[in-house]
Design a protein. Structure first.
Length: 401
């Protein structure tokens, strides 16, 4: 029998801390779920069909390591892993307990489906988007196949599916109709941005107006359009052109961006690239910008938009359903292929510009989603998936936590 009412998959968090890579939006969500559900969950670690379910005590120790520094995590994990792997259970009789996986980790695999069934778990998965299915041209064939497997298995085997927006929910239902698959209980629960501070970024160009673009550098984020736009601005305005600051890790299909930055002298003079940026610095960069630019061609949510609006920074973004949800009528939403429209918006976001005045006037009415909002909805929804006896056990652990 389990000691706790939930099982929480922490595989991705372990991988991120071990490799010391910068956190992505999915990693931020995983950390929020660890903070909220960790004290009431058994930690689950899996790798290609090998599973370990940790005891309550081991789960707490691992959770403490995962919220510490990456350097400390590596040292602690070297000592912790051999004992935890030996003591952890490969299978348990979960008796209908909820298994939570918000990281897209391996639930496309048949071995994962067998494991949840043999352990009598009720899986609850969070799908961050269906982009590899709806926009496969931006993804490698392997990624398309794996994500199709995730979505298919979630629809066929989950007790429930959480999505981050009504837009993602619509994509999920459309896929289910097309593939003639059942749809379990679906909860659309908006995510919360990071708690960023408006403190100054140490390397910010002094006194120089700039625009910022935040996100992994990959084809669907449409950095190429921004670089083309900045090349035109640099040719027309020369030294008076504003700076573009791109903050993000290199992702798939990013070679055209690398090549354009390397081969164009005008861009080198007006574009800065930051591939590693701590949250303490990120808040400063966003808060000090003329605007956040998000010309992405496909998105499931878009945390940088929520973070910018919380900091009072105007936003120009693609006209996508999820951005209409998140932006609450404040950002300028444009066709991501219309360079002339983006150029006009950028010009209007300078000091005293009409678009800047419009957005700043609307900022006080902005109501961002919070993690409290998110988990209030998730907890209520999960209660509906539990039997009365399981609900009582979960409520007891919730009060203790």
């Amino acid at each position: 029998m389990l000691e706790r009412p939930f099982l929480l998959d922490v595989t991705r968090l372990i991988s991120r801390s071990w490799t010391r890579r910068s956190s992505t939006g999915i990693d931020r969500v995983c950390h929020a779920y660890l903070e909220h559900f960790g004290p009431r969950s058994h930690a689950v670690v899996q790798h290609r069909g090998v599973f370990r379910i940790l005891s309550g005590l081991q789960s707490d120790v691992l959770g403490e390591m995962l919220v510490g520094s990456d350097a400390q995590f590596r040292r602690g994990m070297m000592r912790f892993a051999p004992q935890a792997i030996a003591a952890g259970a490969a299978q348990v009789d979960a008796d209908g307990a909820i298994y939570i996986n918000v990281s897209h980790t391996d639930f496309d695999l048949p071995s994962h489906v067998r494991w949840t069934r043999e352990c009598r778990m009720r899986p609850a998965y969070l799908l961050h988007d269906l982009i590899p299915i709806t926009h496969s041209e931006f993804c490698k064939a392997h990624a398309v196949a794996r994500h199709t497997g995730r979505v298919t298995n979630a629809l066929q085997t989950a007790a429930g599916i959480i999505v981050n927006s009504r837009a993602t929910a619509a994509d999920l239902h459309a896929f289910a109709r097309r593939e003639k698959l059942p749809v379990p209980s679906v909860l659309a629960a908006p995510l919360a941005g990071a708690s960023l501070s408006a403190g100054d970024a140490s390397s910010k160009p002094p006194g120089e107006p700039y625009f910022v673009c935040v996100g992994t550098i990959e084809a669907r984020k449409n950095h190429i359009m921004l670089l083309e736009l900045w090349w035109r601005l640099a040719r027309r305005l020369g030294r008076k052109a504003p700076r573009l600051v791109i903050i993000g890790q290199w992702g798939v299909n990013s070679d055209p961006v690398r090549e354009m930055l390397a081969g164009c002298a005008e861009l080198r003079d007006h574009v800065s690239l930051i591939t590693e940026c701590r949250d303490e610095e990120l808040g400063g960069w966003i808060a000090g910008a003329q605007a956040l630019l998000m010309p992405t061609l496909a998105e499931g949510f878009g945390l940088p938009m929520a973070e910018a609006l919380q900091l009072g920074t105007p936003v120009v973004a693609s006209d996508l359903p999820c951005f209409r949800e998140i932006g609450q009528g404040i950002p300028a939403l444009l066709d991501p292929t219309d360079l002339a429209a983006w150029q006009r918006a950028i010009r209007s976001l300078g000091k005293g510009g009409a678009e800047r005045i419009r957005q700043r006037a609307l900022m006080p009415a902005y109501r961002p989603s919070t993690w409290r909002d998110h988990f209030t909805g998730v907890e209520s929804w999960l209660d509906g998936l539990l039997s009365p006896q399981e609900h009582h056990l979960a409520e007891t652990h919730r009060r203790r936590a």
